[in-house]
Design a protein around this ligand. Structure first.
Ligand SMILES: [Cu+2]
Length: 459
């Protein structure tokens, strides 16, 4: 049965999406909502001790991996059994603004005992994820990051598929949560976790068919860590980045991705049964194994030559000749943090700013957009990083394409997150084809929560 809220949301979408041609903006039909119950639980995360206060949805501790088909009606009822407000943001999905999950800007936060109905169609196929956008450092830091996989019936076939949700946890030696951040680190790279996991396990080993072609979906849902991926024991091609297919698959060679980003790999497993393939992160003083895969059975005899590009997503191509340029500067700031508590969690500091303005906090007071974009027009965001740190900058609701960088050639794929390096300048092009208020922020959550956040208004 369709709820009143779902019905209202569906009607509103139908009205505002008219004529836009984005599948995600079509009216949503009566899909049976899945329930996502936010609550606390206990889980073993470091391999030995039980950690209390882990946050998740449903049974957990690993949040449900949601799978839908492209353009299919999806509905979820968020039921809040946490002792604090929450919301859900669907990272990378180009869906209507009212479903975007940003408290005050797009929806009320959902208090303990309350529910909220999300309903939309995902217009793009790929690897996405979902997480709260309220008290984000705590709620994401304690486990509320789930994968959202959108399938395309026209995707090439694989012999095997696996999804890895990568993240750290801030635990002491007895498995208890410790302070989620240190102020001096929030003013630098962000505070790193102490236990590093894939799917809530330390260096898990999985099985995959020998000589088989495996689609490996990797999502970085950590609040801080940047990964450099190295795969030993097998050859692999990058077939999609941040939920969008790459036009020509290319070899995985020390690819670096930051919080919020995803990569889809086509991996040919070794032909020999028992051979082990290791995925490592080498962007750290002490490289470590993320996960490994063991070949099983007799060889399927596949090769990288069997990999074909994924079909493209229907993202509008920006008109660069007609695009307006918006200069954006990421910098440090010494401006004092806003006084008074924010219901959705303030860290109590301002360290960062966009165009010299630090975010004034998740509060009900009206905020001023960074800029107002005209619906349907093309824009180039000219982003300059005036800090000595990398920032995975994320835009809600619309996909963009990097067209030029001072750091050399850019990968020509659509994305929702760009990892800008220290002192880099990059031009990001997009069509403003989704109306509403869309947050633009760093996905190092401490940076997001200490100023590096703003939003664009598309009207
Ligand atoms: Cu940042």
């Amino acid at each position: 049965m369709i709820s009143r809220r779902t019905f209202l949301a569906g009607s509103a979408l139908g009205a505002c999406g008219a004529g836009l041609g984005l599948a995600g903006l079509r009216a949503v039909s009566a899909a049976t909502p899945m329930e996502l119950t936010a609550h606390e639980t206990a889980a073993v995360l470091d391999g030995t001790s039980l950690t209390e206060g882990v946050m998740t949805w449903n049974e957990g501790p690993l949040p449900p991996v949601i799978r839908v088909r492209r353009d299919e009606a999806f509905a979820a009822r968020l039921v809040n059994r946490l002792a604090e407000p929450t919301t859900i943001h669907w990272h990378g999905l180009r869906i209507p603004n009212a479903m975007d999950g940003v408290p005050f800007l797009t929806q009320p936060y959902i208090y303990q005992g309350e529910t909220f109905d999300y309903a939309f169609r995902a217009p793009d196929a790929g690897t996405f994820w979902y997480h709260p956008h309220c008290n984000t450092l705590t709620q994401i830091g304690r486990g509320m990051t789930g994968l959202f996989i959108v399938e395309n019936p026209d995707d090439p076939a694989f012999d095997h598929e696996m999804a890895l949700n990568l993240r750290d946890w801030r635990l002491d030696e007895k498995g208890r949560f410790i302070a989620q951040f240190k102020a001096r680190d929030a003013a630098r790279t962000g505070t790193f976790g102490t236990v590093r996991t894939a799917n809530w396990q330390v260096a898990p080993r999985q099985e995959a068919p020998a000589g088989g072609l495996m689609r490996l979906r990797i999502a970085i849902t950590d609040v801080t860590r940047i990964y450099r991926f190295v795969l030993e024991g097998a050859s692999a091609l990058v077939i999609a980045l941040d939920g969008n297919p790459v036009a020509a698959p290319f070899p995985l060679d020390r690819l670096e991705l930051g919080p919020g980003q995803r990569v889809d790999l086509a991996v040919v497993m070794p032909a020999e049964e028992g051979a082990v393939v290791r995925l490592s992160n080498t962007r750290t003083t002490h490289p470590y194994e993320i996960a490994s895969f063991r070949s099983t059975g007799s060889s399927l005899g596949r090769s990288l030559g069997d990999v074909t590009p994924l079909p493209a997503n229907p993202v509008a191509e920006p008109d660069l000749a007609a695009a307006s340029v918006i200069p954006l500067e990421l910098s440090a700031t010494a401006e004092a943090a806003p006084a008074g508590g924010s219901i959705c969690g303030s860290l109590g500091y301002n360290f960062w700013a966009i165009n010299k303005v630090p975010w004034s906090g998740d509060t009900p007071e009206p905020h001023t957009p960074i800029d107002e974009l005209k619906l349907g027009r093309s824009y180039v965001l000219e982003l300059a990083n005036r800090t000595p740190h990398a920032h995975p900058i994320h835009l809600h609701g619309m996909s963009f394409r990097a067209i030029e960088s001072t750091n050399g050639p850019v990968l020509p794929h659509f994305t929702d997150t760009y990892l800008i390096r220290p002192d880099e300048r990059v031009r990001l092009a997009l069509v403003a084809d989704n109306p509403g208020d869309w947050v633009f922020h760093c996905h190092v959550i401490e940076h997001q929560k200490t100023g590096m956040t703003g939003f664009f208004r598309v009207v």
